[in-house]
Design a binder for this molecule. Sequence first.
Ligand SMILES: *Cc1c(COP(=O)(O)O)cnc(C)c1O
Length: 357
Amino acid sequence: MTRPIRVEIDLSAIRHNYLHSRQHAQSKQVIAVLKANAYGHGVLDTAKALADCADGFALLNIEDAVLLRDAGLKQPITLLEGPFDQAEATAMAEYQLAGAVHSPQQIAWLAKGSGAKIPEAWLKVNSGMNRLGFQPQEVEEALSALRALPAVRLTTIMTHFSSADDDYGVTEQWRRFAPLAAASGLKISAANSAALFRHPHTHGDIARPGIVLYGSSPFDGSTGADLGLKPAMTLSADIIAVQDIPAGEAVGYGRRFISDKPMRIGIVACGYADGYPRVAANGTPVAVDGQKSGTVGRVSMDMLAVDLSHLPQSGVGSRVELWGPQVPIEQVAASAGTLGYELMCAVAVRVPRVKRD
Ligand SMILES: *Cc1c(COP(=O)(O)O)cnc(C)c1O
């Protein structure tokens, strides 16, 4: 017997979402952001699923890039934070990787040269996120420094938006970035998922969607389905016990739920050690055998409880979808005060993975 929990990855949904996103893109190219193990979906499986349609991949770790290259994938790969040390700058050339260049230190690493092969640089501009990148007034100098390096191919200028998904929007960041980008004569890359769907004037040459590929909406209060996307990840687990309780009984740690009527409670083989958020509120949506229900009480390490009072047919062995096509991950996330992004990335290694093509 194995513990009845699994995370299913629907690779055909990821392909659908990529192609659907591309229809929204005004840019010539759309590269798939596969950082954080493809937002928990598996970096190699996802890259392979997109190999014949994606214009390229964006990653964080050079180890992932090497994994893809060793698997025979030849698509353009960009490291979103560039090299983290001299050795990575050298490896960028060896593995034919592009990388963001956001600091003078990275320019120094690239300047040391790397033999016959030449790495590709994407100059990163800090247009207001204030995380990585050169300030607008530093851009000219950084561009000249990179242009002075014969062993670097400078192709692209990039920035990243802090608020493409909310009411603040991209106006101010675009005002700072667009003139510099146009003057550089380089390819332009700025749009994340939210900008891809909401701010077409920022698409430039290369869009960089992440979350939408996995079928989730970057916008508060909407779901992937609202954008024509298909959820690619389904987390589900089975009911392993049932408790019939009278009114006035508590369920779970800390007595955070007290029944106000007789209830039938199902105990599900999924807890926060599997990646389900411990802080999810009472009533966080689930689907039991395809029927809507909600969580009851605090999530434990290895279990959580759901209400079966209105589902007399369901019991031990019933399958509970925790998020997926029937239970939008955005709603679970909202109920836990976080985002679908975090839930996808947090599914634990101990949860068995099943992939479907
Ligand atoms: C994560 C990331 C993206 C993709 O963001 P989504 O909101 O998932 O579309 C794009 N660009 C950079 C630099 C990123 O770090």
